[in-house]
Design a protein around this ligand. Sequence first.
Ligand code: OGA
Ligand code: MN
Length: 298
Amino acid sequence: MAITLFPVMPDFAAEVGDVDLSKPLADDDLSAIKAAFWKYAVLIFPQQQLTQDQQLAFSAHFGPIERDRTLDPKATPMRFSGAFADISNLSAEGKIWGETSRQRMYKAGNKLWHTDSSFKRLPSICSLLYAETVAPIGGHTQFADQRAAYDALTEAAKRKLQGLVVEHWIATSRRRSGFSEFTEEEQQRLPPVPQVLVRTIPQNGRKSLYVASHAGRIWGMPDSEGRALIDELIAHVTQRQFVYTHRWRPHELVMWDNRCTMHRGTDFEDLRWVRDMRRVTVSDVANSCEQEGVAFPA
Ligand code: OGA
Ligand code: MN
């Protein structure tokens, strides 16, 4: 039986049924999933039972899996190997984290609108987040369509933004969410990186904005002007007509295109309820400036 698709919005976010991601996929099913992914940018797969290896195997269809951790494991012990980002509120021992734990402080940044790994020189094409246990209330994930937001800009705005290069830096988003305790090792490993502000999605030719909480300076602009423009664009992209709010069910996998969406986690009582999720992040083919043919200083 072929996969079944239920779009949430006409061309943003779709639920996918009649597929078991724990098994090797038929070629037709994989092609249909990929075609749907390029079109909808967010896919929701309910009622899956995935081991870590099965989640990795499905993710690998989309490119090489990021294996480097953002945080230094010496400063922040984690439950998983480097192939997984732990998106739970659990400590390395599997207990609800402490109020002042380093993980909790760092992950508060996930409540800001962002896209994963734009602060890496080689950014991410997509993320695949699997929910084991969900919070009974709160703890949703919201997604914003940066392609639709680009389409809605005036022609004058599109011309102004074309070719601009933005500096993405993990410290920019973390400073905004109140976390500044990066270790020396983390600071060395995660310097600011260039990304284009407008990018083209090769699979369908659609243009998209590429902003995130990690975005800071715009090259060739005074800092305050660049900051104001980024804030204005984030406000534009996250207007409700571009946003889908995902309410999690247990054992659900959601994947999103990091090149053309932003997301954020909504609040929940994280010292009371367990919310246990793990994410695989897949690398893009090149830095976004290289993909667009936009030159940037070394
Ligand atoms: C992520 C993320 C937000 C959430 O997994 O990359 O930002 O809802 N998650 O936990
Ligand atoms: Mn994220």
